[in-house]
Design a protein around this ligand. Structure first.
Ligand code: OAD
Ligand code: ZN
Length: 250
């Protein structure tokens, strides 16, 4: 048995013995669907780092530039389809009493694969929020007709309905994630570089509560040393191997 096979079988056993699992995903889970990741050369847009663009300050400095970036991302996501990793996670819901899926992604691919109750920590790429009246518009135009787009209700500039660096994630979302971690037996952390808070600390919270933490990520991450099982492979290849389908609910 290779080292990876051995880890896969350990992970399968942990999952098989669990009734309640929390999953945290990042850009890596959508990489095999062709959605660019953030960190790493391929993910960069016109040589900007995400930290330079994903702030309210950057938006007000140059709303058109920020919207061009989001327009590029919307274009990259528009034809993307869920991959076997997304589908394996959605099927997991049929086999366990409770699955809480938390994602940092704003691409909507988990929902497209059939996952329910997805907690979108960083918002949604297909929503525009008015900077004045707060109205939220679902908008699937690619490219957008006007950059920056204007609010249909009051005519003010709209912004992506996402969470930027320096902005608060709704407290109720954080509370429900922490509660889910407290109640789970196993946490899976998939395709995230683990450098953006508060998502980056969720695995540590789980470890402090003595949960089993399994990481699947292509590259090294800062907290991997603390986790129980670490698999350095593609999530779309590994996730379908981790779950036995049609397990009877206990
Ligand atoms: P990153 O781009 O920082 O990290 C993606 C991780 O996925 C990297 O560690 C890759 O090694 C790994 N990866 C790539 N392909 C993979 C594959 N096929 N299978 C498994 N792993 C793979 O993305 P996030 O950690 O999601 O926030 O980034 C976190 C946040 O930073 C984003 O939500 C976004 C960004 O700025 C905001 O915009 C607020
Ligand atoms: Zn408005």
């Amino acid at each position: 048995m290779t080292e990876t096979e051995d880890k896969i079988s350990q992970a399968r056993e942990e999952i098989e013995n669990a009734s309640n699992i929390v999953i945290l995903t990042g850009a890596g889970i959508s990489a095999e669907s062709g959605v660019p990741i953030f960190r790493g050369q391929e993910g960069l847009w016109q040589n900007y780092r995400p930290e330079e663009l994903a702030t309210l300050e950057a938006f007000w400095k140059d709303p058109k530039l920020i919207w061009e970036w989001y327009d590029w991302r919307r274009n990259a996501v528009k034809d993307a389809k869920p991959n076997p990793g997304h589908y394996a996670l959605s099927e997991l819901e049929n086999n366990l009493q409770k699955v809480t899926l938390v994602t940092q992604n704003i691409d909507g691919l988990h929902q497209m694969a059939g996952s329910s109750g997805v907690i979108e920590m960083h918002g949604n790429l297909w929503q525009i929020r008015c900077t004045k009246c707060g109205d939220i518009e679902q908008n699937f135009d690619v490219p957008l007709r006007e950059l920056p787009p204007k609010c249909k209700k009051c005519g003010e500039i709209g912004r992506p309905n996402v969470v930027w660096f320096g902005e608060m994630i709704e407290m109720s979302l954080i509370d429900s994630i922490l509660k889910a971690i407290e109640e789970c037996q196993v946490m899976l952390i998939i395709g995230t570089s683990g450098v953006v808070e508060p998502a980056a600390s969720m695995g540590l919270v789980a470890k402090q509560a003595n949960k089993t933490v399994i990481e699947i990520n292509l590259d090294e991450t800062p907290s991997a040393g603390l986790y129980d099982i670490v698999i350095r492979e593609k999530s779309g290849e590994i996730l379908p191997l981790l779950f036995t389908s049609n397990r009877t609910l206990s």
